[in-house]
Design a protein around this ligand. Structure first.
Ligand code: DQA
Length: 148
């Protein structure tokens, strides 16, 4: 069976491509997933994608996916800055979770500088636009293969 990496997006990220394109770009997540899944380094990996605008549903997704995937790439959107429950959920599962953000949250408003989930994650990648997801997938793969 193919090993799976799950990309999970939180609130408002269903609007990527339309939402504040000066910050988040013009590409929809569906378009990007299509592009990313064609990369040769992912040829032996199943890439799944889920998005929800709801905090509890995000936590449910983490719980559900934790038993079937090798790692999770998580863009928690604004819940990054507010959700202790999400941080607890990440700590509650044993697979690695990589925090990603399209924008560099440290160059933005002060309230975005604080991430409640960073310390619960394996690592964090931000500021590279859609490429943040690719870098996170590479980092997860490097833990199960010689790719590093
Ligand atoms: C974001 C950054 C968050 O501060 C913001 O609330 C988002 C998107 C990013 O990908 O840059 O929704 O996670």
């Amino acid at each position: 069976m193919l090993k799976e990496i799950s990309i999970i997006n939180g609130p408002n990220l269903n609007l990527l491509g339309k939402r504040e394109p000066d910050i988040y770009g013009n590409e929809s997540m569906e378009q990007y997933i299509q592009r990313l899944s064609q990369k040769s380094f992912l040829s032996k990996i199943k890439l799944s994608y889920a998005q929800t605008n709801h905090e509890g549903a995000l936590i449910d997704l983490l719980h559900e996916k934790s038993s079937s995937v090798i790692g999770i790439v998580l863009n928690a959107g604004a819940y990054t800055h507010t959700s202790l429950a999400l941080a607890d959920a990440i700590r509650s599962i044993s697979i690695p979770v990589v925090e990603v953000h399209l924008s560099n949250i440290f160059t933005r408003e002060k309230i975005r500088h604080r991430s409640l989930i960073s310390a619960a994650c394996k690592g964090s990648i931000c500021g590279f636009g859609m490429t943040s997801y690719k870098l996170a997938a590479i980092s997860l793969l490097s833990q199960i293969s010689t790719l590093d």
